[in-house]
Design a protein. Structure first.
Length: 87
């Protein structure tokens, strides 16, 4: 199975939120694997942690099994925000 990684960013007050999304190439559907928060004082160890976690999650379970897939990236992000109670 092939996946295309897509990062989508949202400004959230004094921090940024990066959605770690995938497109499932064979179906053209989208899902959000995770979302990371970055405060203004973002440091290198934190960024490195987010990158390691992104790969570990991908390897531990296919993203389209971890989360519901959607026809659009916007729908996948809205679902993720509803599921985790944040926007």
């Amino acid at each position: 199975m092939l996946y295309k990684a897509i990062d989508v960013w949202r400004r959230d007050g004094d921090r940024a939120k990066r959605y770690r999304c995938f497109e499932v190439i064979s179906t053209g559907r989208f899902c959000v694997q995770s979302a990371d928060f970055y405060p203004i004082s973002n440091d290198t160890p934190q960024r490195e942690f987010h990158e390691r976690q992104f790969v570990e999650l991908f390897l531990s379970q296919p993203p389209d099994e971890r989360s519901t897939t959607f026809d659009s990236l916007a729908d996948a992000i809205a679902h993720h925000d509803r599921e985790f109670g944040n926007g």
